[in-house]
Ligand binder design. Structure first.
Ligand SMILES: Nc1ncnc2c1ncn2[C@@H]1O[C@H](COP(=O)(O)OP(=O)(O)OP(=O)(O)O)[C@@H](O)[C@H]1O
Ligand SMILES: [Mg+2]
Length: 212
């Protein structure tokens, strides 16, 4: 496997999708083949799961059912898209991955699920395999949510299921990502409360340092 696997994580509206588009442009300009993808919804079946997970009432299923659906999406995503792309030598950049499940389902819900259960699901689904670099974009949820709401008002998808959760959930989520970042070398945390261009410069600096 010669490609690199980079994941972007962080709360709602922190700028993941925006920064991924810029990073992908930068990598492609260097002649690297890049597959850009996301979770949930990186595959056709995943798109159906994404609709279930990201729209509608926030309490329509519980945290266990939610974690299982996210891991079903992840399993299909790994098998059908991420692993084949890496194997072919392409780099894969994913908008969210397993750290989001840990942040939302464990920290966000204030430990309603056990960490062990989520680790077990990871082991069953992904195995002994991890991203090469995980960039966590850190921002005050008030700022991120305001960005997210502004964007959602302009789109038809209305993927507001998680945005609609209470402030405490989003504060827990932020703390969760920062806790997770301490657990392995592959994590890097960037302050996302800055202009798109300044943040892109920092993302590029990180990628350069790790891979070039
Ligand atoms: N650095 C920035 N400063 C101000 N606005 C930004 C910045 N980065 C992104 N935005 C805007 O904020 C909104 C959310 O950004 P983006 O969609 O990239 O975030 P996200 O992390 O992918 O959000 P979500 O988790 O909801 O998918 C968009 O409308 C985007 O144009
Ligand atoms: Mg996004």
């Amino acid at each position: 496997m010669s490609g690199r696997f980079i994941t972007f994580e962080g709360g709602e509206g922190c700028g993941k999708t925006t920064q991924i588009a810029l990073l992908v442009e930068y990598l492609k300009a260097k002649g690297i083949e890049v597959v850009v993808t996301k979770e949930p919804g990186g595959t056709p079946i995943g798109q159906e799961l994404r609709k279930m997970l990201c729209t509608g009432d926030k309490d329509k299923f519980d945290a266990v059912a939610e974690a299982l659906l996210y891991y079903a999406d992840r399993r299909i995503h790994m098998q059908q898209k991420v692993l084949p792309a890496l194997k072919s030598g392409a780099w894969v950049v994913s908008d969210r991955f397993a750290d989001s499940t840990m942040a939302y389902q464990y920290y966000g819900y204030n430990k309603r699920l056990s960490k062990e259960m989520l680790d077990k699901l990871y082991e069953m689904t992904v195995g002994d395999f991890y991203p090469d670099l995980t960039i966590i974009l850190d921002i005050d949820p008030k700022i991120g949510l305001a960005r997210s709401f502004a964007r959602n008002n302009l789109s038809d998808a209305k993927e507001t299921r998680h945005e609609s959760r209470e402030t405490e959930f989003h504060e827990n989520l932020r703390r969760g990502f920062l806790e997770i970042a301490k657990t392995a070398e592959r994590y890097a945390v960037l302050n996302a409360d800055m202009s798109v261009d300044d943040l892109h410069e920092r993302v590029v600096a990180l990628v350069e340092k790790r891979f070039f």
